[in-house]
Design a protein around this ligand. Sequence first.
Ligand SMILES: Nc1nc2c(ncn2[C@@H]2O[C@H](COP(=O)(O)OP(=O)(O)OP(=O)(O)O)[C@@H](O)[C@H]2O)c(=O)[nH]1
Ligand SMILES: [Mg+2]
Length: 432
Amino acid sequence: MSTTCQCSNGTAGVFAGNASCCCRRINWFTFNPACSFTSDAFVSNLLKGSIAEAENRHYRLPNSVPPGTGEQMALLLKHPDQPEHSKVLKVAIIGSPNAGKSTLSNQLLGRKVFAVSTKVHTTRKRALGVLTEDDTQIILLDTPGLTTPSKVKRHQLEKSLLLDPWRTVTEADLIVVMVDVSDRWMCRRLDFEVLKCLARHPSIPAVLVLNKVDEVKVKDKLLDVTAELTCGVVNGQKLRIRPVIKPSLVGRRPGRDREESQDQDAAEPGDAADGDEYALSKEQLKTLMSQKGWPHFKDVFMLSSLDKEDVGTLKHYLMSAAKSGTWQYHSEVLTDQSPEEMCINMIREKLLENLPQEVPYSLTQSIEFWDTDGKGQLNILVKIHTKKETHMRMVIGTSGQMIARIAQETSEQLTSIFLRQVKLRLSVKMQK
Ligand SMILES: Nc1nc2c(ncn2[C@@H]2O[C@H](COP(=O)(O)OP(=O)(O)OP(=O)(O)O)[C@@H](O)[C@H]2O)c(=O)[nH]1
Ligand SMILES: [Mg+2]
């Protein structure tokens, strides 16, 4: 079974996989529509819920990260080795917590450099990944999930969760908005924080990525979601989608969820503030409140970030969108995170994955020892701080099994990031 869509210009095509509507040419860059309307094979795979591994593909071996801050700094400052006709694109990946932003960034880079977990707020501050192929450099800006001041306060999260996504967008050439379509609340309307972020920067092109399509059983639903989240308009073209949007959903007033998501805090990053050139007025905010989607997306992609082939199509799109310009980094750079930051982030990932709901959020870590020995092995000692004895016991686990597992799993991950043997030891300390 396949689903079709029609644009108002009369062209029609299969609307699935990495579909963007039937937009042949958009103002900002020219894009080959072969990528927008995918092969029957792709669609049939998508509808089956799985996509075969790409065959006969040659991937460039991805870069690794130096194991010392000094070497990493030197690499970041190294003069870019750009070719004569260099191209560049800075892409900010934004969205609600847990939408799959870091998973997508890792998959695009071809190597895991960003922490990923099933729990929200895994990413705590903006970090970048660099993808350099041939004459093109894509700078991926992975951001914390957009949240509100009251949530940050309530869960005692870092301020960077509040500020970084907004700051990151200002430096982007393209915004990728990620939505988790397996979450039925998320796909009813765009998160208000996301909408505000887009409204503050209407001149920066944005594309919508519907992620986790592998979790969606009824693929027709993706068309409804697309219509809702784009207000039925993509790249200035009105979508005519069959089956039509359910009448019950059309014109529904902002519901309880939107009202509930409104923050009580006075100063939100998207609100008007003195001296903020991007601030939205009260009227603009009011209009946004009644909006379910963003009618200015240039394209829509439907994909599973876990799937190499899906992500390959988006990567191709980004590569095609790059503009002539000087590279910002040497082609050997993979990320701007320091080795220590990456270690802390990966430990946080394992804590989030292995400990129950609120426990990992109350833990902090400090690096006590970091040294590469004569054999090239990186030896690290990290202390985990906790305020509760019960949490300490949970981190240690029965006979120390939990802490040993976290150390082992993180060591393996760091070994593949730094491309050398890593031995990580963990200890837990009660904080007064
Ligand atoms: N089934 C499925 N799971 C996915 C997909 N993409 C991401 N995930 C899972 O979704 C969870 C969240 O992924 P992250 O990449 O950490 O999400 P994030 O948006 O970076 O989250 P924050 O950093 O907390 O804002 C992880 O368990 C991922 O494995 C997908 O396409 N399909
Ligand atoms: Mg993340």
